[in-house]
Design a binder for this molecule. Structure first.
Ligand SMILES: Cc1ncc(COP(=O)(O)O)c(C=O)c1O
Length: 419
């Protein structure tokens, strides 16, 4: 069996009895204190990744900013870590603006996205003084012009479809021709003209985002030239999308390799004095967290199903785009009697599979099962399917654990009922 520990957050170790330790905290103690399933974030690993992004970009392009794509882990405590580490926040909608502000961000460092922004979201953005609104379509411009008060201006970027198709799942591609996000260059040109004439909007630059979980660097570099052809602007936001390591088969480019390629293309095509923004989400948070479940049933037959007390209620990545995860029994990652099993969740869907085909050491009811690389988009898309109570988030650091989001209560499930 490959080295499962290496997929857990940086700094994870084994205790003397081979129990998994994350952020200095034993997985069995975390399960005991906070219950299962529990999403555990290794705080040092998260902060180190944020710093690596900032430093690596600054070393290549001095006039640059890293904004964390909040959608990857839209939890106030995670946004607060990013703010404390000096990053801005990319938000997709009014709710993420409000959690970003609660996290302590200077609103001027927020970048707002959305292909279908509502009047209310535009109003929230303008009221709070969001730094950049990324215009996706001409309706965004109509709404902004109707909302920005006279005498004020709102800085905007225009989102461009670069026509680049990356090698990733179709559900997370965004920069291909025909994408619902942004405008093809020919359609963007007249809108840019219109914004340049506006007394309420200030045309600051262009935005591009190719997609997510991209494991090679070429598509990022290829997205720069189509944007550059639209003219010279003060800001170019080159999006996020770098892939993360979920399994030992994954070999994502290092941040330095990714930025060598992206900034190499920027040097070739963009004005030297422009500001460059990047918006990493998945690759910022994915590998800094893991989920700990309790095994509730082991059903042996043609296929051995190991069922746990979570599933697609806390991890939709598998069902949405067939993301592969790995898993191990806490205390027995390298234990005896390995068998190949399918780890499934507790939800009433045959698609509720966490890991299809993984070697576990003698799985039994009551064992703890740990799944690494659950920091990206798992919290985001957690849901109440089958009356699931959304799971807690715990920060682990230097042997201390801290609850940052509590588990939903049974009462929470009916809290919105008005009749
Ligand atoms: C506009 C935009 N920026 C950044 C991101 C972050 O992408 P990722 O999480 O793959 O880094 C996304 C996510 O799809 C996005 O839509």
């Amino acid at each position: 069996m490959a080295d499962l520990l290496s997929l857990f957050p940086a700094g994870s170790t084994f205790a003397e009895d081979r129990t998994l330790v994350i952020g200095g905290c034993r997985a069995d103690n975390l399960a005991e204190e906070f219950g299962t399933p529990v999403l555990v974030v290794a705080e040092h690993a998260l902060r180190a990744r944020a710093r690596e992004y900032v430093d690596t970009l600054a070393a290549r392009w001095a006039n640059s900013r890293v904004v964390f794509a909040s959608k990857a882990f839209p939890c106030t405590a995670v946004q607060r870590v990013m703010v404390e580490e000096g990053l801005g926040l990319d938000v997709a909608g009014g709710g993420e603006i409000l959690t970003a502000i609660k996290a302590g961000i200077d609103p001027g460092l927020i970048v707002l996205h959305g292909n279908a922004k509502s009047d209310e979201e535009i109003a929230i953005a303008v009221e709070h003084g969001v730094g950049l609104v990324v215009v996706d379509n001409s309706d965004d411009v109509d709404r902004l012009e109707a909302t920005v008060p006279e005498g004020r201006t709102q800085d905007v970027l225009v989102r461009i479809i670069p026509g680049v198709t990356a090698d990733t799942h179709a559900h997370v591609l965004t920069g291909h021709e025909g994408s619902k996000f942004g405008l093809a260059p020919a359609d963007a040109a007249p809108l840019i003209n219109r914004i340049e004439q506006s007394t309420r909007l200030r045309m600051q630059g262009l935005h591009v985002h190719v997609g997510s979980q991209i494991l090679d660097v070429e598509p990022f570099a290829a997205s720069v030239e189509p944007v550059a052809r639209l003219g010279e602007f003060p800001i170019y936001d080159l999006g996020g999308g770098l892939g993360a390591r979920y399994t030992w088969a994954d070999n994502p480019p290092a941040i330095s390799e990714y930025l060598d390629s992206l900034i190499g293309a920027a040097r070739e095509h963009l004005p030297a004095e422009a500001q460059i923004i990047i918006e990493p989400g998945r690759s910022m948070v994915c590998e800094s967290a893991a989920t700990i479940y309790r095994v509730t049933t082991v059903k042996r037959g043609k296929v051995t199903f190991v069922a746990v007390d979570g599933g697609m209620g806390d991890n939709l990545e598998v069902a949405l785009f067939e993301q592969r995860f790995e898993a191990g029994i806490v205390g027995r990652f390298e234990g005896p009697d390995h068998e190949t099993v399918t780890v499934v969740g507790r939800h009433c869907e045959s698609g509720d599979v966490l890991v299809d085909g993984v070697d576990l050491s003698a799985p039994a009811v009551g064992d703890l099962l740990a799944v690494p690389a659950t920091g990206a988009y798992c919290f985001t898309m957690s849901n109440n399917y089958n009356g699931n109570r959304r799971i807690p988030v715990v920060f682990a650091r230097d042997g201390q654990s801290r609850l940052v989001v509590r588990r939903e209560t049974w009462d929470d499930l009916t809290a919105r009922d008005v009749d």
